[in-house]
Design a protein around this ligand. Structure first.
Ligand SMILES: [Zn+2]
Length: 128
């Protein structure tokens, strides 16, 4: 039995991963199969995943660990305060990182609120 992914994690991945390219489409199909393996202990929203690689195909992303999606985070004054990054290893989602450039860590809830208010849709490094 696979416990369901928390909705904040699923929502963040849904916002980060677009629908326009094959890599993101394949990664989206992995989301229902993800389980949380660990969360960062510093208070930020960084979350590590477990995924049964037999249950879903790998995405066509480069071998090794790569950033497959990212979005910048801006506060209410539109100052850049961090970013959210999705990493995959060998084509499978492995972790979601919430980076803060300020002294206080950003939670996933805060990151989601900023992603939604900025209307971000997924970006990926390997196409224009
Ligand atoms: Zn942390």
């Amino acid at each position: 039995m696979t416990p369901e992914l928390p909705s904040d994690v699923a929502d963040a991945l849904g916002l980060l991963l677009g629908t326009g390219d094959a890599t993101h489409q394949a990664l989206r199909r992995q989301v229902p199969h993800l389980r949380i393996s660990a969360r960062c202990t510093c208070g930020c929203g960084t979350t590590y995943f477990d995924l049964d690689a037999d249950s879903v195909p790998a995405a066509p992303s480069p071998a090794g660990t790569v950033v497959v999606a990212q979005a910048q985070l801006f506060d209410a004054e539109e100052d850049w305060i961090g970013e959210v990054l999705a990493f995959a290893r060998n084509g499978y989602l492995t972790w979601l990182e919430v980076c803060s450039i300020t002294d206080s860590p950003l939670t996933l809830t805060e990151a989601l609120r900023m992603l939604r208010s900025s209307g971000v849709s997924g970006t990926s490094g390997d196409h224009g």
